[in-house]
Design a protein around this ligand. Sequence first.
Ligand code: ADP
Ligand code: ASP
Ligand code: MG
Length: 424
Amino acid sequence: MGLIVQKYGGSSVADAASVKRVARRIVDTKNEGHDVVVIVSAMGDTTDELINLAEQVSPSPAARELDMLLTAGERISMAVLAMAIHDLGVEARSYTGSQAGLITDSAHGRARIIDVTPGRIQSALADGAIPIVAGFQGVAQDTKDITTLGRGGSDTTAVALAAALGADVCEIYTDVDGVFSADPRIAPKARQVPRITYQEMMELAANGAKILHLRCVEYARRFDLPIHVRSSFSAKNGTFVVSDSSVSEGEAMEQPIIAGVAHDLGDAKVTVIGVPDKPGEAAAIFRALADAEVNIDMIVQNISTAATGRTDVTFTCPMSDGQKATAALEAVRQQIGFESLTNDDGIAKISLVGAGMRSNPGVSATFFEALAQAGVNVEMISTSEIRISVVTRAESVATAVQAVHTAFGLDADGEAVVYGGTGR
Ligand code: ADP
Ligand code: ASP
Ligand code: MG
């Protein structure tokens, strides 16, 4: 008997029949003798539909009101899931993030959890009830306004509550059998991995593998809480995300060099053309972007296509920050003296991740040869200790991921199963 936290993603509760199926699974866990706390996401594509609605009403909706609107999605699923559990003869009580004690800062749309006070969840457990908590939301400590944690944030709600409650494991139920060596929606030969370290999972999540919210993995690592990513559509064991040191020496020898390939279609590439080649210019560019709160990822500086004595500075940032970035730079154009700007949304970032890269020469060569043989043009390159990333055209994303996946011997014999969801 232990405490299990289970999180069900949107595709696992997409309609009434799915809600009932999930309710059955939760009650079965309880009947095995465990205490269960459930976190639930909005049904199906509800969050996207609510965003569309807001944009039809207002081109740039007020952040506070958008958060209030989006949290309604999780409220619907928590209530209907509690109803379905009641019908199986077990008491369940639904709680909003605020009621469950998820205290955040006041950064609407990307709030961070700063405290968890799960008193009501503990009381519900003491009464023998199953608490059902709305994911992805909290309440700001200072303003008392309702906040959201960023897209995919229900994973982080689940891990934060699991840590605060001292749960034995946090189970993340989704529409694939676990973490794969690439997104099975674009790489059908992707292979499910039985175990992955926090470090590699963080690198994959930070580079577009949306199977887990990045902050949920950071949180789990800090509290050394095991995450079990698995399908709500099958009874199979999924993937355990575990600490680097729990992969024993013997096992480590058999760990593949590469953990997986991630891709990200959510970035834009901005080029500042014809920047005078003198000290202080890059500083001025990135100061303007920082003041506008634009998140920068890759940066490259080149000899300019425009004129001699000048350089081009290219960087990537989230596509949603692209307009903000170009507006901020236009405002300092005279001061910096650059010639023009381009903003390109048609890019993809492909990243190869693996802790074994550190000690295995030749990984970069194999990576670039695979891309070359597949006819994929590389526009930018960046690396970290355990990752190589390139920017390519968005149309090349599937070709590039599959080529790299094959080149590193990651292909499985069969095809990966995707049980549901639209991949939005
Ligand atoms: P949920 O609604 O359950 O939170 P998400 O859509 O957020 O589900 O995440 C699951 C999806 O993540 C999968 O359907 C898959 O397309 C995608 N994905 C991306 N990278 C990976 C990967 N490396 N392993 C498994 N799934 C991945
Ligand atoms: N419903 C939210 C989203 O779609 C949160 C989540 O699913 O984790 O992003
Ligand atoms: Mg998700």
